[in-house]
Design a protein around this ligand. Structure first.
Ligand SMILES: Cc1cc2nc3c(=O)[nH]c(=O)nc-3n(C[C@H](O)[C@H](O)[C@H](O)COP(=O)(O)O)c2cc1C
Length: 149
């Protein structure tokens, strides 16, 4: 498969997790490009077999539980566009000590569905990535195996 991982990050965790996922998927025989969501627009995500969106959950202008601002812009700029059933997947980093744990993932899920995309696997919510990279990379590997299936 030809796969795009489009991510955003504030404190490097989602980038590190995206790079680990890329290496895992390449190891499974896929071709994978990893880009920041700020580098792509909706139309440039269309040419892949699978699009994976990755965001931290954050606090935007006092509003808790939001995706990275660059995803907010991407979604806004994608209004009216349609994936026509194309395959998508979502994972996100968060911290379960916050009351809105990984809710940015739910927001991206809704975006994919409203944009006519198909979520090929249940989305993955990762708790405290940088504090337990080994355990969380295992979760990412298991998730990657489901993407292949
Ligand atoms: C200001 C701030 C707000 C955050 N808000 C939430 C939140 O509402 N829900 C959540 O699950 N995690 C929240 N987090 C935790 C981050 O999502 C988590 O640290 C994540 O790993 C950051 O990913 P990044 O390194 O890619 O930016 C917040 C962290 C900070 C610093």
């Amino acid at each position: 498969m030809n796969i795009l991982i489009a991510y955003a990050t504030y404190s490097s965790g989602t980038q590190t997790a995206s790079e680990f996922l890329m290496q895992t998927l390449v190891g499974m025989g896929n071709t994978v490009e990893t880009k920041m969501i700020s580098e792509v627009d909706f139309d440039s995500t269309l040419s892949y077999d699978l699009r994976i969106f990755a965001t931290p959950t954050w606090d935007n202008d006092g509003l808790e539980g939001q995706p990275h601002m660059d995803f907010v812009s991407f979604m806004k700029n994608s209004t009216g566009k349609n994936y026509g059933g194309k395959a998508c997947a979502v994972f996100g980093l968060g911290d379960s000590s916050y009351s809105h744990f990984c809710t940015a993932v739910d927001i991206l899920d809704d975006f994919v569905k409203k944009s006519g995309g198909t979520l090929v696997v249940p989305s993955l919510k990762i708790d405290g990535y940088l504090f337990n990279m080994e355990g969380n990379n295992k979760l990412l590997s298991e998730w990657a195996a489901k993407l292949k299936a």
